[in-house]
Design a protein around this ligand. Structure first.
Ligand SMILES: Cc1cc2nc3c(=O)[nH]c(=O)nc-3n(C[C@H](O)[C@H](O)[C@H](O)COP(=O)(O)O)c2cc1C
Length: 178
């Protein structure tokens, strides 16, 4: 089941108008809260955004790679508190991935929007823009926004032949895995 899910998963950036059922949103949140974190410190927090106007504003948080958010019925903003854990980036990334895999499992589709280390525009970072829009306290960082919805189209999973097995070293660096 899991291998089939990851073989077919793709980032999809176009969504149908269909709203996501509340039961599915609850499962997405459960998945996020079940994601593992270093020392179980759980530094992450999440903002669910369903309001069309807010999704529209968030879709301009950076110049490229976020515009499709305005057509998604749901965005989950993944935050973390760096004071709670030094490896909060890893923790927030794992939570983002858990949300994406749970979405896939529920017949939804998703795409990660990178916010950390991205610019909104001259002199302002994307995380500051998102924080302004969502009233996020200054000590909380924004990792990503996961755009989620029902797909209108699909992309084929990456074929097995496209996987780069030269990246895998067997026992010692440089020895091919076969
Ligand atoms: C850390 C990370 C950041 C990403 N940021 C963006 C983004 O800002 N905008 C976007 O459209 N896609 C983003 N993506 C999606 C990637 O572009 C996508 O996963 C990659 O092209 C491979 O395509 P696939 O997911 O369909 O296999 C991001 C993915 C990851 C893992």
């Amino acid at each position: 089941m899991f291998m089939s899910l990851i073989r077919n998963r793709r980032s999809i950036r176009s969504f149908s108008d269909k709203e996501i059922e509340p039961e599915k949103i609850a499962l997405l949140i459960e998945a996020a809260l079940r994601s593992p974190s270093s020392r179980s410190l759980n530094p992450w927090e999440f903002v669910l955004v369903r309001d069309k106007g807010m999704l529209d504003q968030l879709s301009s948080s950076k110049p490229h790679g976020a515009t499709f958010l305005k057509h998604a019925p749901l965005g989950i903003v993944v935050l973390a508190d760096p004071k709670k854990c030094d490896v909060w980036v890893e923790d927030a990334s794992i939570a983002s991935t858990y949300i994406q895999l749970a979405a896939e499992n529920l017949g939804l589709t998703s795409c990660w929007i990178q916010i950390r280390n991205r610019e909104f525009g001259p002199g302002k970072m994307a995380c500051e823009q998102v924080a302004d829009l969502l009233n996020i306290p200054a000590h909380i960082e924004v990792e990503s926004i996961i755009a989620i919805g029902y797909p209108v189209d699909s992309l084929p999973g990456h074929p097995k032949e496209s996987l780069d097995y030269t990246k895998v070293h067997d026992g010692i660096y440089g020895k091919n895995f076969s």
